[in-house]
Design a protein around this ligand. Sequence first.
Ligand code: SAH
Length: 230
Amino acid sequence: MKIAIMGAMPEEIAPILEKLGSYKTIEYAGNRYYEAAYRGVDLVIAYSKIGKVFSALTATTMIEHFGADRLLFSGVAGAISSTLKVGDLIVATKLSQHDLDITAFGHPYGYVPEGAVFVAADKQMIELSKKVASEMGKCVQEGIIATGDQFVANEERKNWIGATFGADALEMEGGSVAVVCDALGVPFFILRAISDAADMDASFSFDEFLQTSAQESAEFVMKMVDQLVS
Ligand code: SAH
């Protein structure tokens, strides 16, 4: 087993690298990848940089170049659902791309021919996350995550994404990572801690809570890894 743990920004993987203490750094394809042995299992860790293209590149590299056979994403997101507050955790059941739009040809939002509007995350890891949540005494919500190459700081846009995709949270990488993992047959798990409400205060909230929310998410993902390796 080789587990990939990815984030989009340095803050999202810093707590994981800190926990591991020692790791090997490899430069590849314009990015840095960190390899470590953890409880008898090989890990590859990286932050991709923000957005769908960089995250697709990193997920592909972790699988095709580094040989990862499962992938866990840890990071922060904007809340759509009013039940999600800053610091809360959301596990993605399925993901979509809210900015993918060839509706001019009669297709639904988020769809291109031979693709799918939604890509489902690994059911076993979602199940496992319930066990981890109860052991940690944490309330973790499951829901749909919508991804796009936009930082959403606009109530109207956020509500549209919520209504169109039934999404509970939004971010900028999950949907592309999902497409890569699905195509390459690698089970994946996407976890996000809420940093903001994707409204007009989003950028301020994001800056204030990035660190603590990223930490929440990273801690949970490492508990998931503990379960996977045991
Ligand atoms: N402050 C950063 C940019 C952050 S972009 C800089 O200046 O470099 C937001 C990141 O957090 C993305 O990786 C995305 O996945 C996630 N995210 C959190 N809240 C979001 C929101 N409201 N809209 C879109 N992405 C959000």
